[in-house]
Every structure is written in C-alpha cells, then in structure tokens.
Design a protein around this ligand. Structure first.
Ligand code: C2E
Ligand code: MG
Ligand code: MG
Ligand code: MG
Length: 291
C-alpha cells in the first residue's frame, strides 16, 4: 500500500508505527535507492595458501555507502534484503560487479586465484538459479573456473530440496563451490559427501579459541582430517593471530582467511596487495609438514 503513495509514501506510512518498524521501513526504502543509485560497494578479502605463501582467492563482501549512516556492513542490511526479496537484484549486482572486477585483475595479469561470492538462500529458491549465474558469466566474460560460490551450511541444510540441483548445476558449469560457516549448521558428513563442494570453510567461531581452547582445537583438527579424507579442501575463516596460523599449519589446514593476512578492502587497495610479490613460505613451516 505505502509503496503506491510515491516518493514519500514509506515515510508517511511509517509515522504511525513503532520506532523499530519505522526504522525498518525507512531502511527498505533506502535499500531500493541504494540499488538504483549504486551506493553498494564490494570489498575484497584475500584467501591465502599459508604453506605456499600465495593468494588463492578473493572473497567479495558487500558494503553499503549509506549517505547518512556511513559505511554499513552486510549484517546491517542483508537480512532485510532477504526478507523483502531485494536480495535477488542485490545478489545479481554483487555477482556482476565481482566478475567484472575479476576480469580487470585478470587483464592486468594479477594473480588472484578465484573470486568468491556469497549466495543467499533466496537466490537458490528463485526460478532458474543456475541459468542466472550462467547468464552473468556470459555477459561479463569471466571463465567459470575463476568463480567460486559460497553457500552457508545452514542454507544447504534448510534447502535440502533445492540446494543439491543448484550445486550440481553450478558444478557442471565449472564453478567452484565452498560451504561457508562450516560447523554451525548440523550437516552430517555422510550427507555432505554427496554434495559437489570443493572447499569447506571452517566457521570463525571455531578459530577464535585456538590454540588454547581444547574443544575448538579438537574440532578443527578433526574437521581438517575428516574433510581431507573425504576429498574436500579446508579453509579456516577468521584467522587473526600468529598462534592460530601455527596451529592450523600443524594440523594440516593450509588455507586461511582473516585479519592476519588482510582485512576486506576496496578494489584499489586489493590491486596494491596483488602487485606485491608473494610472501615466501617460512622455513619453519616447511620442516615438520612433509611433502
Ligand atoms: P562470511 O561469508 O562468512 O564472510 C566472512 C566475514 O568475516 C566477513 O564479515 C569478514 O569481514 C569477517 N572476517 C574476515 N576475517 C576476519 C577475522 O580475522 N576476524 C573476524 N572477527 N572477522 C573476520 P562481513 O563482511 O561483515 O560479512 C558478514 C557476512 O555477510 C558474510 O559472512 C556473508 O555471510 C554475508 N555477506 C557478505 N557479502 C554478501 C553478499 O554479497 N551476499 C550475501 N548473500 N551475503 C553476503
Ligand atoms: Mg563467505
Ligand atoms: Mg563464513
Ligand atoms: Mg558468516
């Protein structure tokens, strides 16, 4: 109803509501404008192979340059985008812009590995979700094997009906697949084994307690060993300290992402990072790890 009132409709309608509801409605109106006026921006965070000392991927993380509120993180608006269906155009915007930026780095000869993009449940539930991704690849010209899509474990488990076909379709296109926030969503390894994921990203909640917290240490050690035997790569999210880095290398988890290696940063800063020569692996990391 309010939408039909035109420009100020949302705000007029909102005056009769609680602060919370008013806030929400204003944010929804703002988000419509953000999409129309390119207020969204992508930051990129490196994913590192700690043994080889190189960047294997860049995760695109969306931010919103809100004209009044400043730079907003995804936790402040993605849930509203999901509830209102705006996640569909937002998700397409993110994928298109990430693919375009990846092509720019590729054309400049900068080694970034893959570009990783987060996909929400609503994007999987829409009609022809695989075709939508294929169309953006075709439109931008990015090769499918330079793209990785991340789906959280929770979404995979919530969408047990839809997710397997979506993932299989992406795999057929040659897109790499990562399960995000692994360890928080109660999937069984038996079920996981049947899905075409390349990488499991261990949720940062398990990394933050390393190396002192014994439960976290045991879980990360076990996940790394089991996932490896099932043929998955394992990446640790949220690595912040040198001690965490050393623990992970010790249990054979070579892939990592976190503030220790780089905060999410705008494209220009990321270009500077990619221009730096790869950090040579430290000799002490090579010794006890074997081939
Ligand atoms: P995620 O995909 O698990 O992304 C990792 C989050 O951890 C990012 O938060 C990142 O900034 C943060 N992070 C990275 N390294 C560290 C670290 O060392 N320590 C700590 N404490 N945090 C670290 P961010 O950017 O706020 O994104 C939050 C979540 O929002 C993402 O979690 C993802 O689920 C979602 N998201 C971000 N961009 C998009 C998008 O384009 N589409 C969708 N559907 N969701 C997105
Ligand atoms: Mg992610
Ligand atoms: Mg995550
Ligand atoms: Mg998360």
């Amino acid at each position: 109803q309010a939408r039909e009132c035109g420009g100020n409709g949302y705000r007029h309608y909102a005056s009769a509501l609680s602060d919370y509801a008013r806030e929400r409605i204003v944010l929804i109106a703002d988000l419509h404008r953000a999409l129309a006026e390119d207020e969204l921006v992508l930051h990129y965070q490196p994913q590192i192979d700690m043994r080889r000392g190189c960047v294997i991927g860049l995760e695109a993380l969306v931010r919103w340059r809100h004209p009044q509120r400043g730079l907003l993180g995804p936790d402040q608006f993605i849930h509203i985008a999901e509830e209102t269906g705006l996640i569909i155009p937002l998700g397409e915007w993110v994928l298109r812009h990430a693919c375009r930026q990846a092509l720019i780095w590729q054309a400049a000869g900068l080694p970034f590995g893959r570009i990783a993009v987060n996909v929400s449940g609503a994007q999987i539930q829409r009609r022809n979700p695989v075709e939508t991704v294929a169309a953006i690849l075709a439109e931008t010209g990015l090769a499918a094997d330079r793209l990785e899509l991340e789906v959280t474990e929770t979404v995979v488990m919530d969408l047990r009906q839809e997710a397997p076909a979506f993932l299989a379709g992406l795999k057929r296109l040659g897109i790499a697949l990562a399960m995000d926030d692994f360890g928080t969503g109660y999937s069984s390894l038996a079920y996981l084994k049947g899905l075409p994921f390349d990488t499991l990203k261990i949720d940062k909640g398990f990394i933050s307690g390393l190396p002192e917290d014994e439960a976290s240490a045991a879980i990360v050690d076990a996940i790394t060993a089991l996932a490896g035997r099932l043929g998955f790569k394992v990446l640790a999210e949220g690595v912040e300290t040198e001690a965490q880095r050393r623990f992970l290398l010790g249990v054979g988890c070579d892939l990592a992402q976190g503030f220790l290696f780089g905060h999410p940063a705008p494209a220009e800063e990321t270009t500077t990072l990619l221009r730096q020569p790869a950090t040579p692996p430290r000799p002490e990391d090579q010794g006890h790890l074997g081939p």
